[in-house]
Design a protein around this ligand. Structure first.
Ligand code: ACO
Length: 430
């Protein structure tokens, strides 16, 4: 039986080309257009990669119409209920859930790579006192390559694995240090006897003068948020990590580039933007005018936390977070008027034909800021929280890309719209 293919015919020349069909285990099939240009002289145009798969990947699957998200085949709802962030990180990287011994060993290894080099403090201390923590994180993670020459041989699987562990282990330490620098607190060393999320919260909030009394609800809520943010297949920041990785660049440079991409308000920066938007709206009675403004294309205003490139039904992470927001605020005995604004905004938008027709639903970031706020995480740290969690996904993709047989340097084409060839004119004649 011949391999499935789709034949394209050029109406002008009647020339045909058979494009092989590539199928994965789930999801729509794709056309392999790798030889299209060579055989027809055409290439394809797809701004924003709306119809283009850039790679094969076995890590995460999304069905945007059904609102399904699977990490290595496991539904996000099951992982959110039963797993932990560090177990999910292991799953993303290794492909299978760990047994007890494998998990203990992974946890032990991560815990023993959490310290940052003392010299890294010099980098952090060089930032202006009001530097955004994402800027500090981005720069400091890139600088890690200068500290770990011993794991920069990209051809050695053990060095690649160790680099991945270092990134997962050290990014929370750097993130907490970036926060403390901004408020003038001394950096706090990681404590190996604590589990991953609790250790991070201690590095964030413990002062030298007294021990931190941590409410377990806070650690549980943050762990769940980290699970929900851990991976999302070929999103903008992960694609950035893979594009930089395709050049053979070191993993610290790749993840730093991913952090920069995540920072944008159309991507991970949305959680910070959502909270600012809710504060600006201020009261449920102002929701209708905010929705009207979001529909007005001349306003330049969008409802932050609404819409998604892939989810056109609902974002399953948003469903989990919405439920969790009410529970966490009740458990922590926090009453936040912004939650009322968010609920009212969601209600009005979901009934509005503009949002219904365009299939715009709340995304993962719509409610996450309200939870972060209840956990006393400052607004400018919201995207940093996302980066800590997404590091698990970034390194999983970076590792996968190094064992992909048909991997190539990423190099998109363009439709050139500039001037045709012309001759240089000396300045005296211009
Ligand atoms: N508010 C108002 N209108 C919107 C919104 C929004 N949040 N999102 C999309 N639209 C409109 C667009 O104006 C467009 O309308 P048109 O068809 O009349 O021109 C239509 O919906 C489609 O929008 P696109 O921008 O083409 O959709 P795309 O898939 O490229 O963008 C994105 C997705 C970037 C998430 C967009 O919905 C957005 O900007 N949302 C707000 C920012 C946000 O919450 N980002 C976080 C995403 S989740 C994450 O990265 C973790």
């Amino acid at each position: 039986m011949s391999e499935p293919s789709v034949t394209l015919t050029d109406a002008a020349t009647s020339k045909s080309v058979a494009l092989p069909v590539v199928s994965g285990t789930l999801g729509d099939p794709a056309l392999d257009i790798g030889k299209l240009n060579k055989e027809t002289g055409y290439f394809t145009y797809d701004p924003g990669f709306v119809s283009t798969a850039s790679t094969r990947s076995a890590i995460t699957y999304i069905d945007g119409d059904q609102g399904i998200l699977l990490y290595r085949g496991y539904p996000i709802e099951q992982l959110a209920k039963q797993s932990s962030f560090l177990e999910v990180a292991y799953l993303l990287i290794n492909g299978e859930l760990p047994n007890g011994e494998q998990f203990r060993s992974f946890e032990h290894e991560v815990a023993h790579h959490t310290m940052m080099h003392e010299s890294l403090k010099n980098f952090l201390n060089g930032f202006h006192y009001d530097a955004h923590p994402m800027a500090m994180l981005c720069g400091s993670v890139a600088s890690l390559s200068a500290f770990y020459h011993d794991t920069l041989d990209m051809n050695d699987p053990e060095q690649r694995r160790l680099a991945a562990i270092r990134l997962i282990a050290k990014i929370p330490t750097i993130a907490a240090a970036a926060y403390r620098y901004g408020i003038g607190w001394p950096f706090r060393y990681p404590r190996n006897n604590l589990e991953y999320v609790t250790r991070f919260l201690h590095m964030m909030f413990e002062v030298p003068s007294e021990p931190l009394e941590l409410n377990p609800v806070v650690a549980k809520a943050l762990d769940l948020l980290f699970i929900l943010h851990a991976d999302h297949e070929q999103n903008a920041s992960t694609s950035t990590v893979r594009l930089v990785g395709s050049t053979g660049a070191n993993p610290y440079a790749c993840v730093s580039a991913g952090i920069a991409a995540l920072w944008g308000p159309a991507h991970g920066g949305a959680n910070e933007a959502v909270l600012k938007m809710l504060e600006e709206i201020g009261d449920a009675k102002n929701v209708a005018s905010a929705v009207a403004k979001a529909k007005d294309k001349n306003s330049g205003f969008r409802l932050m936390g609404f819409g998604h490139r892939v989810y056109k039904n609902f974002d399953p992470r948003a469903t989990i977070i919405r439920e969790m927001t009410h529970k966490v605020l009740a458990d922590l005995n926090v009453s936040d008027p912004l939650l009322d604004v968010a609920v009212a905004l969601e209600e009005v938008a979901l009934k509005d034909p503009y949002f219904i027709e365009r299939k715009l639903y709340p995304n993962v970031d719509f409610y996450s800021g309200i939870i972060y706020k209840a956990l006393k995480i400052p607004t400018e740290m919201f995207t940093v929280m996302f980066a800590i969690a997404r590091t698990a996904g970034w390194v999983a993709h970076w590792l996968e890309q190094h064992v992909t047989p048909d991997a190539k340097i990423g190099r998109p084409r363009q439709i050139y719209t500039g001037a045709a060839q012309r001759d240089y004119v000396p300045v005296s004649k211009r």
